[in-house]
Design a protein around this ligand. Structure first.
Ligand code: B12
Length: 212
């Protein structure tokens, strides 16, 4: 019941409703990742309403504002506090050239840090060579790219090709995530894994950095 209310409030851009639901859920001990997932479902409603022109760009911006408040609440509850950051290795993270969406990426970064990874967050609109340079500087073995917009597919492919051209593809695992990725996109880009679940970023990073 609360689940549906949260999804609906997010879809309706009802900030007070969202905050009230999240407060209630946190005090009832609901898993923070469950709250994030329900908000993500609400974002999908916002996206659909934007496509059908019920909402405009301002609707997308408001949904971002509302979710920032949710993230602040989750942060204050202490659930995303990093534990022994860096112990598990380094992950370079970013959104590709042409893409400025960073909400999902921020969640992935928090979860990776929480799980002991050092995250080198390059931000959004990262040109292909930016990922390569960050890996060369940091020695990270994992790259995560968060993609919400289809125009960025070409830049995903270019990013993977840059690692190949530099002879570094064998040393680095590349994972994709975000609403615009799929198995086809992963195959096209030549990446190693993909998911639309932030928890899988941690699962993949652990798998990729496991010592034989
Ligand atoms: C909020 C929003 C915005 C905000 C973003 C604010 C911000 N700081 O990010 C603003 C207003 C800036 C915006 C701008 C635009 N947007 Co917009 N936006 C959205 C919206 C409503 C929500 C996105 C979101 O944050 N979702 C919630 C997060 C939590 O979900 P997520 O990113 O998928 O992340 C989850 C998983 O995928 C996973 N994950 C994420 N990253 C990674 C990485 C790895 C490695 C792994 C394993 C997992 C993983 O973990 C997360 C938690 O589970 C979507 C609709 C939708 N359905 O997504 C449209 C949407 C993405 N936007 C869209 C569009 C068209 C635009 C604009 C072009 C609009 C315009 N006319 O200017 C611009 C694009 C600018 C650009 N060049 O990038 C389209 C894209 C369509 C397409 N096919 O390409 C969408 C799909 C809306 C729609 N249905 O039309 N947008």
């Amino acid at each position: 019941m609360d689940d549906e209310r949260l999804v609906k409030a997010m879809g309706d851009l009802d900030e007070e409703g969202v905050i009230a639901c999240v407060k209630g859920m946190l005090s009832a001990g609901v898993e923070p990742l469950r709250i994030v997932e329900l908000c993500r479902e609400g974002f999908e409603i916002v996206g659909r309403r934007y496509e059908t022109r019920e909402y405009f760009l301002s609707g997308l911006i408001i949904s971002d504002d509302i979710f920032s408040n949710v993230l602040d609440m989750l942060d204050r509850s202490g659930c995303f506090r990093p534990s022994d950051e860096g112990r598990m290795g380094k992950v370079v993270l970013g959104a590709p050239l042409g893409d400025v969406h960073d909400i999902g990426k921020a969640i992935v970064a928090q979860l990776l840090r929480f799980s002991g990874f050092e995250v080198i967050d390059l931000g959004v609109n990262v040109r292909p060579a930016g990922f390569l340079e960050a890996v060369m500087e940091s020695g990270a073995a994992v790259v995560g790219i968060s993609t919400l917009i289809t125009v960025a597919y070409e830049s995903l492919r270019e990013t993977v090709l840059d690692f190949e051209r530099e002879g570094l593809r064998g040393n680095v695992k590349i994972m994709l995530g975000g609403g615009a990725v799929s198995q086809r996109v992963c195959d096209y880009a030549g990446a190693d894994a993909w998911s639309r679940d932030a928890g899988d970023a941690v699962k993949f990073a652990k798998m990729f950095t496991e010592k034989e």
